[in-house]
Design a protein around this ligand. Structure first.
Ligand SMILES: O=C(O)[C@H]1O[C@H](OP(=O)(O)OP(=O)(O)OC[C@H]2O[C@@H](n3ccc(=O)[nH]c3=O)[C@H](O)[C@@H]2O)[C@H](O)[C@@H](O)[C@@H]1O
Length: 433
Protein backbone atom coordinates (compact mmCIF):
# COMPACT_ATOMS: atom_id res chain seq x y z
CA UNK A 1 0.00 0.00 0.00
CA UNK A 2 2.69 2.31 1.01
CA UNK A 3 4.74 1.51 -2.06
CA UNK A 4 1.78 2.05 -4.35
CA UNK A 5 1.22 5.32 -2.74
CA UNK A 6 4.85 6.22 -3.28
CA UNK A 7 4.67 5.06 -6.88
CA UNK A 8 1.64 7.19 -7.34
CA UNK A 9 3.54 10.02 -5.95
CA UNK A 10 6.77 9.33 -7.90
CA UNK A 11 6.01 8.13 -11.57
CA UNK A 12 8.04 5.14 -13.01
CA UNK A 13 9.26 6.57 -16.35
CA UNK A 14 11.44 9.61 -16.91
CA UNK A 15 9.34 10.78 -19.85
CA UNK A 16 6.31 10.64 -17.77
CA UNK A 17 8.15 12.42 -15.08
CA UNK A 18 9.29 15.12 -17.56
CA UNK A 19 5.81 15.59 -18.94
CA UNK A 20 4.21 15.58 -15.58
CA UNK A 21 6.91 17.80 -14.15
CA UNK A 22 6.40 20.29 -16.96
CA UNK A 23 2.67 20.36 -16.48
CA UNK A 24 2.93 20.63 -12.74
CA UNK A 25 5.46 23.45 -13.12
CA UNK A 26 3.01 25.23 -15.41
CA UNK A 27 0.29 24.64 -12.90
CA UNK A 28 2.44 25.95 -10.14
CA UNK A 29 3.40 29.02 -12.18
CA UNK A 30 -0.23 29.49 -13.07
CA UNK A 31 -1.23 29.22 -9.46
CA UNK A 32 1.69 31.44 -8.39
CA UNK A 33 0.75 33.90 -11.05
CA UNK A 34 -2.89 33.68 -10.11
CA UNK A 35 -1.94 33.88 -6.46
CA UNK A 36 0.21 36.98 -7.07
CA UNK A 37 -2.56 38.66 -9.14
CA UNK A 38 -5.13 38.03 -6.47
CA UNK A 39 -2.65 39.13 -3.81
CA UNK A 40 -2.05 42.29 -5.79
CA UNK A 41 -5.78 42.72 -6.13
CA UNK A 42 -6.22 42.26 -2.41
CA UNK A 43 -3.41 44.68 -1.72
CA UNK A 44 -4.95 47.20 -4.08
CA UNK A 45 -8.31 46.79 -2.34
CA UNK A 46 -6.61 47.16 1.00
CA UNK A 47 -4.82 50.33 -0.12
CA UNK A 48 -8.00 51.83 -1.55
CA UNK A 49 -9.82 51.07 1.68
CA UNK A 50 -6.94 52.56 3.66
CA UNK A 51 -6.89 55.75 1.56
CA UNK A 52 -10.66 56.09 1.76
CA UNK A 53 -10.68 55.67 5.51
CA UNK A 54 -7.72 58.11 5.82
CA UNK A 55 -9.62 60.71 3.81
CA UNK A 56 -12.83 60.26 5.78
CA UNK A 57 -11.00 60.35 9.11
CA UNK A 58 -9.12 63.42 7.95
CA UNK A 59 -12.33 65.24 6.94
CA UNK A 60 -13.95 64.13 10.18
CA UNK A 61 -11.00 65.57 12.11
CA UNK A 62 -11.17 68.79 10.06
CA UNK A 63 -14.91 69.21 10.45
CA UNK A 64 -14.80 68.48 14.16
CA UNK A 65 -11.89 70.92 14.38
CA UNK A 66 -14.09 73.52 12.65
CA UNK A 67 -16.92 72.78 15.03
CA UNK A 68 -14.51 73.18 17.92
CA UNK A 69 -12.68 76.28 16.66
CA UNK A 70 -15.49 78.16 14.89
CA UNK A 71 -17.30 80.36 17.31
CA UNK A 72 -20.30 80.55 15.05
CA UNK A 73 -22.95 78.31 13.55
CA UNK A 74 -25.91 76.25 14.74
CA UNK A 75 -29.63 76.84 15.03
CA UNK A 76 -29.41 78.95 18.19
CA UNK A 77 -26.69 81.15 16.64
CA UNK A 78 -28.73 81.68 13.46
CA UNK A 79 -31.73 82.69 15.53
CA UNK A 80 -29.62 85.24 17.43
CA UNK A 81 -28.40 86.70 14.13
CA UNK A 82 -31.94 86.93 12.73
CA UNK A 83 -33.39 88.50 15.89
CA UNK A 84 -30.61 91.04 16.03
CA UNK A 85 -31.12 91.99 12.37
CA UNK A 86 -34.86 92.48 12.70
CA UNK A 87 -36.01 96.03 12.05
CA UNK A 88 -38.03 97.68 14.82
CA UNK A 89 -39.19 100.63 12.75
CA UNK A 90 -42.66 100.51 11.20
CA UNK A 91 -41.39 101.33 7.70
CA UNK A 92 -38.14 101.97 5.86
CA UNK A 93 -35.64 100.70 8.41
CA UNK A 94 -32.30 99.17 7.55
CA UNK A 95 -30.74 95.87 8.49
CA UNK A 96 -27.04 96.61 8.91
CA UNK A 97 -24.04 94.37 9.34
CA UNK A 98 -21.51 96.38 11.36
CA UNK A 99 -17.98 94.98 11.16
CA UNK A 100 -15.65 95.99 13.98
CA UNK A 101 -18.73 96.45 16.16
CA UNK A 102 -16.81 95.88 19.40
CA UNK A 103 -14.41 98.64 18.36
CA UNK A 104 -14.62 102.31 19.30
CA UNK A 105 -16.52 103.75 16.32
CA UNK A 106 -18.28 100.42 15.60
CA UNK A 107 -19.89 100.18 19.03
CA UNK A 108 -21.15 103.78 18.95
CA UNK A 109 -22.56 103.45 15.43
CA UNK A 110 -24.25 100.12 16.28
CA UNK A 111 -25.98 101.62 19.32
CA UNK A 112 -27.14 104.67 17.36
CA UNK A 113 -28.60 102.51 14.58
CA UNK A 114 -30.38 100.27 17.07
CA UNK A 115 -31.72 103.26 18.95
CA UNK A 116 -33.44 104.61 15.87
CA UNK A 117 -35.01 101.22 15.07
CA UNK A 118 -32.66 99.66 12.54
CA UNK A 119 -31.68 96.01 12.76
CA UNK A 120 -27.99 95.55 13.62
CA UNK A 121 -25.75 92.51 13.56
CA UNK A 122 -22.20 93.04 14.82
CA UNK A 123 -19.04 91.24 13.80
CA UNK A 124 -15.71 91.44 15.57
CA UNK A 125 -12.62 89.27 15.91
CA UNK A 126 -11.72 90.66 19.37
CA UNK A 127 -8.01 90.73 18.53
CA UNK A 128 -5.50 91.89 21.10
CA UNK A 129 -4.10 94.97 19.35
CA UNK A 130 -5.31 96.68 22.53
CA UNK A 131 -6.89 95.32 25.70
CA UNK A 132 -9.65 92.91 24.52
CA UNK A 133 -11.48 93.32 27.85
CA UNK A 134 -12.48 96.82 26.72
CA UNK A 135 -13.91 95.27 23.54
CA UNK A 136 -15.78 92.69 25.63
CA UNK A 137 -17.19 95.48 27.80
CA UNK A 138 -18.43 97.27 24.67
CA UNK A 139 -19.89 93.96 23.48
CA UNK A 140 -21.90 93.51 26.67
CA UNK A 141 -23.19 97.06 26.29
CA UNK A 142 -24.37 96.13 22.78
CA UNK A 143 -25.89 92.88 24.04
CA UNK A 144 -27.86 94.76 26.67
CA UNK A 145 -29.27 96.85 23.84
CA UNK A 146 -30.35 93.84 21.81
CA UNK A 147 -27.37 93.74 19.44
CA UNK A 148 -25.76 90.37 18.84
CA UNK A 149 -22.03 90.48 18.06
CA UNK A 150 -20.73 87.57 16.00
CA UNK A 151 -17.28 86.44 17.08
CA UNK A 152 -15.42 86.13 13.78
CA UNK A 153 -13.03 87.60 11.25
CA UNK A 154 -13.70 89.49 8.02
CA UNK A 155 -11.22 87.13 6.33
CA UNK A 156 -13.59 84.20 7.02
CA UNK A 157 -15.53 84.03 3.75
CA UNK A 158 -17.60 81.04 4.93
CA UNK A 159 -18.85 83.04 7.87
CA UNK A 160 -19.59 86.14 5.78
CA UNK A 161 -21.46 84.07 3.18
CA UNK A 162 -23.45 82.43 5.94
CA UNK A 163 -24.40 85.82 7.38
CA UNK A 164 -25.65 87.20 4.06
CA UNK A 165 -27.53 83.93 3.51
CA UNK A 166 -29.34 84.26 6.82
CA UNK A 167 -30.08 88.01 6.55
CA UNK A 168 -30.72 90.12 3.45
CA UNK A 169 -28.65 93.03 4.79
CA UNK A 170 -29.56 96.38 3.22
CA UNK A 171 -26.24 97.88 4.35
CA UNK A 172 -22.79 96.93 5.54
CA UNK A 173 -21.05 99.43 7.80
CA UNK A 174 -17.48 98.24 7.48
CA UNK A 175 -15.41 99.53 10.39
CA UNK A 176 -13.22 96.51 11.15
CA UNK A 177 -9.59 97.42 10.46
CA UNK A 178 -6.08 97.39 11.78
CA UNK A 179 -5.88 100.96 13.06
CA UNK A 180 -2.97 103.03 14.36
CA UNK A 181 -0.37 104.91 12.37
CA UNK A 182 2.86 104.04 14.20
CA UNK A 183 2.11 100.34 14.93
CA UNK A 184 2.43 99.66 11.18
CA UNK A 185 6.21 99.65 11.62
CA UNK A 186 5.96 96.91 14.27
CA UNK A 187 3.40 94.66 12.60
CA UNK A 188 3.06 95.50 8.90
CA UNK A 189 1.37 92.25 7.90
CA UNK A 190 -1.58 92.86 10.24
CA UNK A 191 -2.46 95.92 8.10
CA UNK A 192 -2.34 93.92 4.87
CA UNK A 193 -4.36 91.12 6.50
CA UNK A 194 -7.22 93.30 7.76
CA UNK A 195 -7.23 96.43 5.60
CA UNK A 196 -6.57 94.76 2.25
CA UNK A 197 -7.18 90.99 2.33
CA UNK A 198 -10.11 91.32 4.76
CA UNK A 199 -11.64 94.14 2.75
CA UNK A 200 -11.44 92.13 -0.49
CA UNK A 201 -13.01 89.08 1.20
CA UNK A 202 -15.89 91.23 2.43
CA UNK A 203 -16.41 92.86 -0.98
CA UNK A 204 -16.35 89.47 -2.72
CA UNK A 205 -19.14 88.23 -0.47
CA UNK A 206 -21.14 91.48 -0.84
CA UNK A 207 -20.90 91.51 -4.63
CA UNK A 208 -22.22 87.92 -4.82
CA UNK A 209 -24.98 88.51 -2.27
CA UNK A 210 -28.54 88.74 -3.44
CA UNK A 211 -29.57 91.46 -2.73
CA UNK A 212 -26.24 93.29 -2.72
CA UNK A 213 -25.97 95.55 0.33
CA UNK A 214 -24.80 99.17 0.11
CA UNK A 215 -21.43 99.64 1.75
CA UNK A 216 -20.14 102.46 3.92
CA UNK A 217 -16.61 101.98 5.22
CA UNK A 218 -13.87 103.70 7.20
CA UNK A 219 -11.03 105.19 5.26
CA UNK A 220 -8.77 107.67 7.04
CA UNK A 221 -7.52 111.25 7.02
CA UNK A 222 -4.05 109.71 6.89
CA UNK A 223 -4.50 109.13 3.11
CA UNK A 224 -3.67 112.86 2.68
CA UNK A 225 -0.14 112.01 3.83
CA UNK A 226 2.22 114.80 2.93
CA UNK A 227 -0.50 116.86 1.20
CA UNK A 228 0.13 120.57 1.82
CA UNK A 229 -3.18 122.06 0.60
CA UNK A 230 -5.08 123.33 3.61
CA UNK A 231 -7.76 122.39 4.54
CA UNK A 232 -7.68 118.89 3.04
CA UNK A 233 -10.33 118.39 0.35
CA UNK A 234 -11.51 115.15 -1.19
CA UNK A 235 -10.25 116.38 -4.57
CA UNK A 236 -6.66 116.80 -3.28
CA UNK A 237 -4.03 114.28 -4.32
CA UNK A 238 -3.63 111.31 -2.00
CA UNK A 239 -0.65 109.60 -3.57
CA UNK A 240 1.94 110.48 -0.93
CA UNK A 241 1.05 108.35 2.11
CA UNK A 242 3.47 108.70 5.04
CA UNK A 243 2.76 105.31 6.65
CA UNK A 244 1.88 101.77 5.65
CA UNK A 245 -1.41 102.26 7.50
CA UNK A 246 -2.24 105.20 5.25
CA UNK A 247 -1.14 103.23 2.19
CA UNK A 248 -3.51 100.35 3.04
CA UNK A 249 -6.42 102.78 3.51
CA UNK A 250 -5.58 104.43 0.19
CA UNK A 251 -5.44 100.96 -1.39
CA UNK A 252 -8.88 100.32 0.11
CA UNK A 253 -10.23 103.39 -1.71
CA UNK A 254 -8.90 102.06 -5.03
CA UNK A 255 -10.13 98.52 -4.35
CA UNK A 256 -13.64 99.66 -3.43
CA UNK A 257 -13.74 101.73 -6.61
CA UNK A 258 -13.19 98.62 -8.74
CA UNK A 259 -16.00 96.77 -6.96
CA UNK A 260 -18.31 99.70 -7.56
CA UNK A 261 -17.28 99.84 -11.21
CA UNK A 262 -17.45 96.12 -12.01
CA UNK A 263 -20.27 94.87 -9.80
CA UNK A 264 -22.49 97.89 -9.14
CA UNK A 265 -21.93 97.99 -5.39
CA UNK A 266 -22.87 101.32 -3.82
CA UNK A 267 -19.79 102.40 -1.87
CA UNK A 268 -19.06 105.32 0.44
CA UNK A 269 -15.62 105.79 2.01
CA UNK A 270 -15.35 108.02 5.08
CA UNK A 271 -12.06 109.72 5.88
CA UNK A 272 -12.19 109.99 9.68
CA UNK A 273 -10.05 112.69 11.32
CA UNK A 274 -8.53 111.52 14.67
CA UNK A 275 -11.76 110.41 16.35
CA UNK A 276 -11.88 110.58 20.17
CA UNK A 277 -14.38 110.20 23.00
CA UNK A 278 -15.85 107.84 25.63
CA UNK A 279 -15.14 104.12 25.05
CA UNK A 280 -12.21 105.20 22.85
CA UNK A 281 -9.06 103.43 21.74
CA UNK A 282 -6.33 103.08 24.40
CA UNK A 283 -3.58 103.28 21.75
CA UNK A 284 -4.48 106.87 20.84
CA UNK A 285 -2.65 109.86 22.33
CA UNK A 286 -5.54 111.45 24.25
CA UNK A 287 -6.28 108.07 25.91
CA UNK A 288 -2.72 107.03 26.78
CA UNK A 289 -1.90 110.58 27.95
CA UNK A 290 -4.87 110.43 30.34
CA UNK A 291 -3.75 107.09 31.75
CA UNK A 292 -0.14 108.22 32.22
CA UNK A 293 -1.05 111.60 33.70
CA UNK A 294 -3.31 109.89 36.29
CA UNK A 295 -0.64 107.32 37.11
CA UNK A 296 2.05 110.01 37.49
CA UNK A 297 4.01 108.64 34.54
CA UNK A 298 5.67 110.87 31.92
CA UNK A 299 4.10 111.37 28.48
CA UNK A 300 6.03 111.80 25.24
CA UNK A 301 4.94 114.79 23.19
CA UNK A 302 6.20 114.80 19.63
CA UNK A 303 7.18 118.07 17.97
CA UNK A 304 7.71 118.76 14.28
CA UNK A 305 10.76 120.18 12.52
CA UNK A 306 11.90 123.68 13.64
CA UNK A 307 10.09 123.14 16.96
CA UNK A 308 6.68 123.43 15.29
CA UNK A 309 3.88 121.80 17.28
CA UNK A 310 1.97 118.92 15.68
CA UNK A 311 -1.75 119.48 15.21
CA UNK A 312 -4.79 117.32 14.59
CA UNK A 313 -8.36 118.00 13.54
CA UNK A 314 -9.66 115.99 16.55
CA UNK A 315 -13.27 114.92 15.91
CA UNK A 316 -15.71 113.91 18.62
CA UNK A 317 -17.33 110.50 18.34
CA UNK A 318 -20.96 111.75 18.36
CA UNK A 319 -20.24 113.93 15.32
CA UNK A 320 -18.65 110.96 13.55
CA UNK A 321 -21.70 108.81 14.35
CA UNK A 322 -23.96 111.44 12.79
CA UNK A 323 -21.73 111.40 9.71
CA UNK A 324 -21.90 107.60 9.49
CA UNK A 325 -25.70 107.56 9.75
CA UNK A 326 -26.01 110.37 7.22
CA UNK A 327 -23.83 108.40 4.81
CA UNK A 328 -25.92 105.25 5.26
CA UNK A 329 -29.14 107.19 4.73
CA UNK A 330 -27.96 108.69 1.45
CA UNK A 331 -26.00 105.76 0.06
CA UNK A 332 -28.75 104.55 -2.30
CA UNK A 333 -28.98 100.98 -3.44
CA UNK A 334 -26.40 98.72 -5.00
CA UNK A 335 -27.54 97.91 -8.52
CA UNK A 336 -26.16 94.41 -9.02
CA UNK A 337 -27.18 91.03 -7.75
CA UNK A 338 -25.49 87.66 -7.54
CA UNK A 339 -22.21 89.06 -8.89
CA UNK A 340 -23.70 90.87 -11.94
CA UNK A 341 -23.85 94.63 -12.40
CA UNK A 342 -27.21 95.97 -13.58
CA UNK A 343 -26.35 99.67 -13.71
CA UNK A 344 -24.16 102.39 -12.23
CA UNK A 345 -24.15 102.78 -8.43
CA UNK A 346 -22.96 105.58 -6.13
CA UNK A 347 -19.25 105.82 -5.37
CA UNK A 348 -18.47 108.52 -2.81
CA UNK A 349 -15.66 109.65 -0.51
CA UNK A 350 -16.20 112.15 2.31
CA UNK A 351 -14.05 113.87 4.90
CA UNK A 352 -15.51 113.59 8.39
CA UNK A 353 -13.50 116.03 10.48
CA UNK A 354 -14.05 118.92 12.86
CA UNK A 355 -12.53 121.74 10.74
CA UNK A 356 -10.55 123.22 13.65
CA UNK A 357 -7.12 121.68 14.27
CA UNK A 358 -5.67 121.78 17.80
CA UNK A 359 -1.97 121.32 18.68
CA UNK A 360 -0.85 118.36 20.77
CA UNK A 361 0.43 120.62 23.64
CA UNK A 362 -3.03 122.23 23.76
CA UNK A 363 -4.61 118.77 23.94
CA UNK A 364 -2.33 118.04 26.91
CA UNK A 365 -3.25 121.26 28.72
CA UNK A 366 -6.98 120.59 28.29
CA UNK A 367 -6.48 117.12 29.79
CA UNK A 368 -4.48 118.58 32.69
CA UNK A 369 -7.35 120.94 33.43
CA UNK A 370 -10.01 118.21 33.34
CA UNK A 371 -7.92 115.75 35.33
CA UNK A 372 -6.63 118.40 37.75
CA UNK A 373 -3.17 116.84 37.47
CA UNK A 374 -0.04 118.30 35.88
CA UNK A 375 1.52 116.15 33.15
CA UNK A 376 5.20 115.19 33.19
CA UNK A 377 6.08 116.06 29.60
CA UNK A 378 8.94 114.63 27.65
CA UNK A 379 9.09 116.69 24.43
CA UNK A 380 10.99 115.13 21.54
CA UNK A 381 11.29 115.69 17.82
CA UNK A 382 8.81 113.59 15.83
CA UNK A 383 10.59 110.39 14.82
CA UNK A 384 10.18 109.16 11.22
CA UNK A 385 7.39 106.77 12.17
CA UNK A 386 4.61 107.62 9.75
CA UNK A 387 3.21 110.66 11.57
CA UNK A 388 2.19 113.71 9.58
CA UNK A 389 2.65 117.27 10.97
CA UNK A 390 -1.01 118.31 10.85
CA UNK A 391 -4.48 117.43 9.58
CA UNK A 392 -7.35 119.77 8.76
CA UNK A 393 -10.60 118.73 7.11
CA UNK A 394 -12.68 120.57 4.57
CA UNK A 395 -16.14 119.08 5.21
CA UNK A 396 -18.21 121.02 2.68
CA UNK A 397 -18.95 117.90 0.61
CA UNK A 398 -20.42 115.97 3.57
CA UNK A 399 -22.30 119.08 4.66
CA UNK A 400 -23.95 119.54 1.28
CA UNK A 401 -24.68 115.80 0.73
CA UNK A 402 -26.17 114.89 4.11
CA UNK A 403 -25.97 117.94 6.35
CA UNK A 404 -22.87 116.89 8.28
CA UNK A 405 -22.10 119.58 10.86
CA UNK A 406 -19.83 118.79 13.83
CA UNK A 407 -20.91 120.50 17.04
CA UNK A 408 -18.45 119.38 19.73
CA UNK A 409 -15.17 121.21 20.34
CA UNK A 410 -12.13 119.48 21.86
CA UNK A 411 -12.62 121.10 25.28
CA UNK A 412 -16.19 119.78 25.58
CA UNK A 413 -15.44 116.39 24.03
CA UNK A 414 -12.46 115.71 26.29
CA UNK A 415 -14.55 116.61 29.34
CA UNK A 416 -16.98 113.86 28.38
CA UNK A 417 -14.11 111.46 27.69
CA UNK A 418 -12.50 112.12 31.10
CA UNK A 419 -15.84 111.62 32.85
CA UNK A 420 -16.23 108.24 31.14
CA UNK A 421 -12.59 107.28 31.77
CA UNK A 422 -12.88 107.92 35.50
CA UNK A 423 -16.16 106.03 35.76
CA UNK A 424 -14.72 103.07 33.85
CA UNK A 425 -11.17 102.81 35.20
CA UNK A 426 -11.32 104.94 38.37
CA UNK A 427 -8.51 107.27 39.45
CA UNK A 428 -5.93 104.55 39.92
CA UNK A 429 -6.62 102.78 36.66
CA UNK A 430 -8.72 99.87 37.95
CA UNK A 431 -12.01 99.09 36.24
CA UNK A 432 -14.98 100.34 38.25
CA UNK A 433 -17.96 98.00 38.12
O1 LIG B 1 -7.30 110.47 11.55
C1 LIG B 1 -6.77 109.44 11.23
O2 LIG B 1 -6.75 109.10 10.09
C2 LIG B 1 -6.07 108.58 12.24
O3 LIG B 1 -6.18 109.17 13.52
C3 LIG B 1 -5.44 108.55 14.52
O4 LIG B 1 -4.07 108.72 14.24
P1 LIG B 1 -3.34 109.98 14.85
O5 LIG B 1 -3.88 111.24 14.31
O6 LIG B 1 -1.89 109.75 14.69
O7 LIG B 1 -3.81 109.93 16.38
P2 LIG B 1 -2.98 109.69 17.72
O8 LIG B 1 -2.23 108.43 17.66
O9 LIG B 1 -3.90 109.87 18.85
O10 LIG B 1 -1.93 110.90 17.71
C4 LIG B 1 -2.39 112.25 17.81
C5 LIG B 1 -1.20 113.18 17.85
O11 LIG B 1 -0.47 112.95 19.05
C6 LIG B 1 0.91 112.73 18.74
N1 LIG B 1 1.45 111.78 19.73
C7 LIG B 1 1.05 110.50 19.74
C8 LIG B 1 1.53 109.62 20.66
C9 LIG B 1 2.47 110.05 21.60
O12 LIG B 1 2.95 109.28 22.46
N2 LIG B 1 2.86 111.34 21.55
C10 LIG B 1 2.38 112.23 20.65
O13 LIG B 1 2.76 113.42 20.64
C11 LIG B 1 0.94 112.22 17.33
O14 LIG B 1 2.17 112.53 16.74
C12 LIG B 1 -0.22 112.99 16.70
O15 LIG B 1 0.22 114.24 16.28
C13 LIG B 1 -5.78 107.07 14.61
O16 LIG B 1 -4.90 106.42 15.49
C14 LIG B 1 -5.78 106.40 13.26
O17 LIG B 1 -6.23 105.07 13.40
C15 LIG B 1 -6.66 107.19 12.35
O18 LIG B 1 -6.84 106.64 11.13
Amino acid sequence: MRLKDDQDLFPATLGKVKIERTSSMLNRQFYRCFASTSTMFLWALFLIALTASYISIQSLVLSSKNILTDKWGGIKWEKQVRNSASIQKQRGGFSVLVTGSAGFVGSHVSLALKKRGDGVVGLDNFNNYYDPSLKRARQSLLNKNGIFVVDGDINDDRLLSKLVDIVAFSHVMHLAAQAGVRYAMENPSSYVHSNIAGLVTLLEVCKSANPQPSIVWASSSSVYGLNENVPFSESDRTDKPASLYAATKKAGEEITHTYNHIYGLSITGLRFFTVYGPWGRPDMAYFSFTRNILQGKPITVYRGKNRVDLARDFTYIDDIVKGCLGSLDTSGKSTGSGGKKRGPALYRIFNLGNTSPVTVPTLVSILERHLKVKAKKNIIEMPGNGDVPFTHANISLATSDFGYKPTTDLQTGLKKFVKWYLSYYGYNGRIVD
